[in-house]
Design a protein around this ligand. Structure first.
Ligand code: C2E
Ligand code: MG
Ligand code: MG
Length: 760
């Protein structure tokens, strides 16, 4: 799998896990939050109910007092009593009610007042009373029973308030009955914590926030006179509470005390803007369900954190092992460079999409030798050095890898041949100077094949095809002595295509008889007429194209197919002789080329015998041309085989003598009948007189030698009259070359040289 895909998947997995983790935490948080809200709502409802109970109790007391006063007012008939009796009556009733004072004020504005200590004050003027009390009395004169605000009585130094109810004579209000009361009564009621279950307290406050009556059990400091003082209520909440109180509405808020929040409920009493300020002191946190939720939340959080840690740990482990796997899968363990797989991943898409690239295959010349002479460790060091040199030369976005052994591939964004050459030479010179095993005498030599994207003539370019091209160029670079940077080009491409064709079509071509027998005459120089012919193969493809031996014989030599082809050619040669005999014309000897591979075939000689028998022709009409190189190997075995072939009747000729490292020893040791002097001898003549002389001397000596060894001589490459004159003068036996004829189709040859009996 692609490394990037692997990484991407891993990242995706991690993101999923993180998202799920976060979502779970958020969901947990929301759940806890909503439960908390539910609990709070519960508390609020309870607070509301409790406060309402206080309010009812208080109001009941207030209205009971007013009721009492109303009853008294009805009872007193002022007109029937003198002032004294009235005062006594008041005193009497107050002894049951415990008001601080009781008073009656006639509508004239003057009244009578009795105290708890039975003192009686006469002629008290309403205007001299506390302003708010006076207002309440005046209200009573208007027929309104009322309660005054709370005020501080200067004489008693006590917080008090007063009631006032109208006193009627008939339908007419004649005065007001008033009573003052200490706020202690309220305090006592507020102190009763039964409704609150001892988990809170209630203050009475004015609509301006002033604390009118305090419960003893309180969180707010006793010195603080208003609920807005200090930081008990946050600033934003203060605003909200103020607005609610001003509008006479109920209001929930929180009170902060020593870092804890307590729920508060404010409820209007409906009298004088008085409010009940009820605080729940049992913490929300104290609630069992809340505690359960919190425990739950903590456990879930801990589990989640552990899970996350586990995932992170797992992820790191996975990443580590992934990295190791990736290293194994995509990197060359020796040099740390990319391996071919990874290189292919990086480069193949680019090769398909763009032509602006070059692909290079790099090799070390004689790496095998370096391995053998300097040892594996030194060779490995060299490879690591090559890797670091290449790494320092490639640029951003370019790639390289070590394919195998000393093979490196480089992908460059470069199409200019000169630039590529400069860059490669620069790499080479950094490698050249590397001293293997501190041996400065040995110079490492590199060579490379290059394929430039713009030179690739493909409809659907691919890395695979470019790789084939580059290997081809590398192969050429290996054999080239002058250039170590070799570019793949169209000619190479053609050769490559042909090689592919040859390799893949040879067997079918043999079956389809596409290999044709061509014959080139050998001239008998003394008789001045044709003395034989050489069989040369031509591959005429189905499309009519002629492929020459030089284009397929070397490959066939390599892949072994030469054995099949040569036997086929021997067969064709024998068949031709048979045809001539059958046609009643005198047959001429034919030569046929024999690959050295044949000599390693166990049944070679038997097969040859079988062909001769099959066509029933004299074997002496067939000359087998072998190459000099064959003699380099095992002369004894070769001679033994030659002897057996000669026994059958074949003549043996040595082809291309003088083209390679010819040795006179070969001539001495091999039992051959004919020597074919390679055309290089004739080619060398004509360059300079001195050179000509030397060549002629050598040729003459060789010819003399063959005569002494009882061999006939054939000179190849006779192209001109001068060539013929020369070989005649040297007393050679046969001449072969374009001067007489090019190789032609066997049928044409038969017509021209056999049937017509023509001679050139
Ligand atoms: P070869 O056996 O030395 O064949 C002579 C080659 O020289 C032939 O090339 C021929 O066309 C060419 N030649 C003849 N006269 C002249 C001349 O005056 N000037 C020049 N420049 N060339 C001349 P061809 O047919 O292309 O064959 C090349 C080689 O391929 C042969 O060299 C032979 O080694 C090999 N070959 C050809 N046919 C066969 C075959 O059936 N089996 C095997 N094993 N090898 C074959
Ligand atoms: Mg030949
Ligand atoms: Mg030859």
């Amino acid at each position: 799998m692609d490394e990037k895909i692997l990484q991407r998947r891993l990242k995706k997995l991690t993101i999923y896990v993180i998202i799920i983790g976060i979502a779970t935490i958020i969901a947990g948080g929301l759940m806890a939050e909503s439960s908390q809200r539910m609990i709070r709502e519960n508390i609020d409802i309870r607070l509301e109910n409790v406060t309402e109970q206080y309010r009812i109790n208080l109001n009941r007391r207030l209205y009971a007092d007013i009721q009492t006063l109303n009853t008294l007012a009805a009872f007193f008939s002022f007109s029937d009593m003198d002032t004294y009796s009235f005062a006594q009556g008041l005193l009497e009733s107050n002894s049951h009610n415990n008001y601080i004072r009781m008073a009656y004020y006639g509508r004239s504005g003057v009244g009578i007042r009795v105290m708890l200590d039975s003192r009686i004050e006469m002629d008290v003027e309403v205007d001299s009373l506390n302003e708010d009390v006076a207002k309440t009395i005046r209200g009573a004169w208007e027929g309104q029973a009322g309660i005054s605000r709370i005020y501080n009585d200067r004489n008693l130094d006590e917080e008090v308030f007063a009631y006032a109810v109208p006193v009627y004579a008939g339908d007419e209000v004649i005065g007001a009955l008033a009573a003052s009361l200490s706020t202690d009564v309220f305090e006592a009621m507020l102190e009763d914590k039964t409704p609150l279950n001892d988990q809170g307290y209630v203050h009475m406050v004015s609509d301006s926030g002033k604390i009118l009556i305090r419960s003893k059990d309180q969180l707010i400091d006793a010195e603080v006179s208003s609920i807005y003082d200090g930081d008990y209520i946050s600033d934003s909440e203060k605003e909200r509470v103020r607005a609610a109180l001003a509008a006479g509405q109920v209001c929930f808020t929180n009170l902060t005390y020593e870092g804890q929040e307590y729920p508060v409920y404010l409820e209007p009493m409906g009298i004088n803007g008085w409010y009940l300020f009820c605080v729940q002191t049992a913490h929300v946190e104290g609630n069992v369900i809340y505690r359960l939720i919190m425990v739950n939340r903590t456990v879930v959080s801990v589990i989640l954190i552990l899970l996350m840690l586990f995932i992170i740990f797992g992820y790191r482990m996975l990443r580590k092992s992934n990295k190791r796997l990736i290293r194994l899968a995509y990197y060359d363990p020796l040099t740390g460079a990319y391996n071919l797989d990874r290189f292919t991943q990086e480069v193949s898409g680019k090769v398909e999409d763009s032509r602006e690239y070059s692909l290079i295959a790099l090799n070390v010349r004689q790496f095998k030798f370096i391995n053998e002479i300097f040892g594996n460790r030194q060779a490995d060091r060299l490879l690591r050095h090559i890797k670091s040199v290449i790494a320092s030369h490639v640029q951003e976005g370019e790639y390289f890898c070590r394919g195998s052994a000393d093979m490196f591939y480089i992908f460059l964004w470069e199409t200019d041949r000169e630039r590529i050459k400069i860059r490669m030479e620069s790499i080479f010179s950094s490698i050249d100077s590397y001293a293997i095993s501190n041996n400065r005498d040995y110079h490492v030599q590199m060579y490379c094949g290059v394929v430039v994207g713009t030179d690739v003539d493909e409809d659907a370019p691919s890395l695979e095809k470019s790789m084939v091209h580059v290997m081809f160029a590398l192969d050429t670079a290996r054999t080239s002595a002058k250039d170590r940077v070799w570019f793949y080009d169209t000619r190479l491409h053609e050769d490559e295509k042909l090689e592919n064709y040859v390799g893949t079509h040879m067997r079918q071509a043999l079956e389809d008889k596409e290999f044709k027998l061509y014959l080139q005459p050998k001239m008998d120089l003394r008789a001045g007429k044709i003395g034989g012919a050489e069989a040369l193969v031509r591959w005429i493809t189905g499309s009519g194209r002629t492929i020459y031996p030089g284009q397929f014989i070397p490959l066939f030599e390599k892949n072994g197919f030469c054995v099949d082809l040569d036997m086929y050619m021997v067969d064709q040669v024998c068949r031709q002789i048979r045809e001539w005999i059958d046609a009643g014309v005198p047959p001429i000897p034919l030569s046929v080329n024999q690959s050295k591979l044949l000599f390693y075939e166990a049944d070679y000689i038997d097969n040859m015998k079988r062909i001769i028998q099959k066509y029933d022709i004299p074997a002496r009409l067939v000359t087998l041309e072998i190459l000099e190189g064959l003699a380099m190997e095992n002369v004894d075995v070769l001679n033994e085989k030659i002897a057996r072939l000669k026994e059958i009747g074949f003549r043996i000729s040595m082809d291309d003598f003088g083209s390679g490292y010819s040795s006179l020893n070969t001539l001495a040791s091999l039992k051959i009948d004919e020597l074919k002097l390679d055309r290089v001898f004739l080619m060398r003549i004509g360059s300079s007189r001195a050179e000509d002389m030397r060549q002629k001397v050598i040729m003459s000596e060789i010819v003399d030698l063959t005569k002494k060894l009882d061999m006939t001589t054939v000179v190849e490459g006779v192209e001109t009259q001068e060539n013929e004159d020369l070989i005649r003068k040297l007393d050679c036996d046969y001449g072969q070359g374009y001067y007489y004829s090019r190789p032609i189709r066997a049928e044409a040859f038969t017509e021209k040289y056999i049937l017509d009996g023509e001679e050139s």
